[in-house]
Design a protein around this ligand. Structure first.
Ligand code: HEM
Length: 454
């Protein structure tokens, strides 16, 4: 990172060799390639279009998070592309005080006692899935990971693990996520003029409307259950949100509840599934890591509580390295510059949007030598600051579900690796590809369940 005491200079201008729509398509199709090329040419800070500036160094990102809520704001409107899915009342689309208050209401179910109780759900789901795999069975690591994260999110968020409504809601949610799972499919999110009632958009809208109907029914039933006093022991997020009150003592409205529930389903399902699929992939291509992990897991006594997995050093190093090498989101949500300031000697102007690039920071050779190598040991050799390792972002929009996501990763990987042998069916090295607004292993992870370990 270059610093200077001279007068701030303007950022290098955008070199527009191609039309704006071609650049937009390149960004949608292969954001990592665009980022790497610009970093190689301009360094740790550069423009990505006439308004947006990308930051690729932890020092810049520390400044970004420190200025969050002061010179920088995170207008929910920046996430407007997600509005058709999440609705207007989602925490992701709120700004300023409303955003801060909503976060306060949403955070408790992701910590403390509630979080501890989710550990057994994750372990049960992981165990149930692996009990059904037959020796020699072909698996797609991506699909397996999606099933786990969907089942976990349905149980932790809604508190439902079976029944007709669950049977319909789960596939509907997967269908909606899958409709935006490839760059070609997700383009309709980026271009409003493509959002027509026929074709993929129409299908998407019909699934969303049916999901909303089921959610409304679930809300009604849960309220009735609470009135009867039958929900006192429930730890699921819906039950906790139904009892929560804002600073005026008001409950969340049905629309607010709907939008938050879909947000949690959406933000928590796809993201964690990508990370879990990558973890299973890396452990197969790096047998020495798998061996070390097995050694650690074999030393864990049978009756250890599931959440203890999140304290195992090598398992956590594997999970961290998975999130480092191909982070699920290329960058954090854009921050809007409300008042000008200087960053690394550059003039940052009002109206610009700053994007902290998780991918570039995680691949900075000064911080991570051999950045393209999967090497969990690096997380045992030193600790990284909150802006050197930042898969969950930071500042005022830091991921609400990070602890749940880490628990899912650790417990699912730990359970499956301890009990089974897997192998990859494809020797080609996997690259990341866009899935909606996240990045996941291209084409899934083709694996075989070899059999149970004796
Ligand atoms: C490996 C899994 C996950 C990753 C990598 C991830 C990553 C992120 C990132 C990078 C952000 C933006 C932070 C920023 O702009 O500074 C974010 C926000 C968010 N995440 Fe996650 N996330 C994951 C799992 C989850 C889960 C399991 C949930 C909930 C069930 C969740 C809920 C949210 C919500 C609600 C926000 C928006 C917070 C706000 O606007 O204030 N995420 N996540």
């Amino acid at each position: 990172m270059a610093t200077t005491s001279f007068a701030p200079r303007p950022l290098p201008p955008m070199v527009k060799k191609s039309a704006a729509w071609i650049r937009a398509f390149r960004w949608i199709l292969n954001p990592l390639d665009v980022l790497e090329k610009r970093r190689d040419r301009f360094g740790d800070i550069f423009r990505i279009n006439s308004r947006a500036v990308v930051l690729g160094h932890p020092d810049y990102i520390s400044e970004l998070f420190a200025r969050d809520g002061r010179e920088l704001s995170t207008p929910g409107a920046n996430n407007g592309i997600l509005q058709p899915i999440l609705g207007d009342q989602s925490v992701l689309l709120l700004s300023g005080d409303r955003h801060r208050h909503r976060r306060k209401l949403l955070l408790p179910p992701f910590h403390g006692r509630a979080l501890q109780s989710y550990g057994s759900i994750i372990e049960r789901v992981a165990q149930d899935m692996s009990d059904q795999w037959q020796p020699g069975q072909r698996l797609n690591g991506r699909k397996v990971a999606e099933e786990l994260t969907l089942r976990v999110i349905m149980e932790t968020v809604f508190g439902i693990g079976g029944g007709d409504r669950y049977q319909e809601m789960g596939p509907l949610m997967s269908e909606m996520v899958n409709m935006i799972s490839t760059p070609a499919k997700s383009t309709f999110l980026f271009f409003k003029s493509w959002q027509k009632s026929w074709g993929p958009w129409g299908r998407f809208e019909r699934s969303r409307d049916r999901l909303d109907q089921l959610l409304r029914q679930e809300l009604e039933d849960r309220r009735a259950e609470m009135e009867r006093g039958d929900a006192d022991n429930r730890q699921d997020i819906l039950s906790l949100l139904l009892t929560t009150r804002d600073e005026n003592g008001d409950p969340l409205s049905d629309i607010e509840l709907r939008d938050e529930l879909v947000t949690l389903l959406f933000a928590g399902h796809e993201t964690t599934a990508s990370a879990l699929a990558w973890a299973m992939y890396w452990l197969q291509v790096q047998p020495e890591c798998l061996e070390k992990l097995r050694e650690e897991l074999d030393g864990v006594p049978e009756d250890t509580p599931p959440m203890a997995m999140t304290k195992l050093p090598y398992l956590m190093a594997v999970c961290n390295e998975t999130l480092r090498i191909y982070p699920v989101t290329v960058g954090v949500f854009p921050r809007l510059v409300e008042a000008p300031f200087t960053l690394g000697g550059y003039q940052i102007d009002e109206g610009q949007a700053l994007i902290g690039s998780v991918y570039l920071v995680h691949h900075h050779p000064d911080i991570y030598p051999e950045p393209d190598r999967f090497r969990p040991e690096r997380f045992l050799e030193r600790t990284y600051s909150a802006t050197e390792f930042m898969p969950f972002g930071g500042g005022s929009r830091r991921c609400i579900g990070s602890a749940l996501a880490m628990a899912e990763l650790a417990i699912a990987v730990g359970t499956w690796v301890k009990q089974g042998n897997f192998e990859l069916r494809d020797s080609d090295s996997l690259k990341p590809a866009r899935r909606g607004i996240t990045m996941g292993p291209k084409g899934g992870v083709k694996m075989k369940f070899v059999g149970r370990r004796s």
